[in-house]
Ligand binder design. Structure first.
Ligand SMILES: [Zn+2]
Length: 86
């Protein structure tokens, strides 16, 4: 199930798996499988068994590594929360 992380009053991040990403129309539709999502930062394709983060303020999808770097840079006080979410 998607996890919402409120970063500020109007900013949030949403952790989703490829099925949820497809339902939210992220990524590129592919017949017979979940959408293919690329990380908007490193351009890496997110694997089918991987989760990703949608960041509302950038309107971008980030892989877990890039999201962690983003949080470390912009919202360092949230870093422990991400580690709790896993
Ligand atoms: Zn990335």
């Amino acid at each position: 199930m998607a996890i919402k992380l409120q970063l500020g009053s109007s900013t949030y991040a949403l952790k989703v798996d490829p099925k949820e990403a497809t339902e939210l129309h992220y990524g590129c539709p592919v017949e017979g499988r979940w959408n293919i999502c690329l990380c908007d930062v490193c351009q890496r394709q997110i694997e089918e068994d991987e989760e990703m983060w949608f960041v509302s303020e950038m309107n971008e999808v980030l892989c877990e590594e890039c999201f962690e770097e983003f949080i470390e840079w912009k919202y360092p006080h949230f870093l422990h929360k991400i580690h709790l979410i896993g």
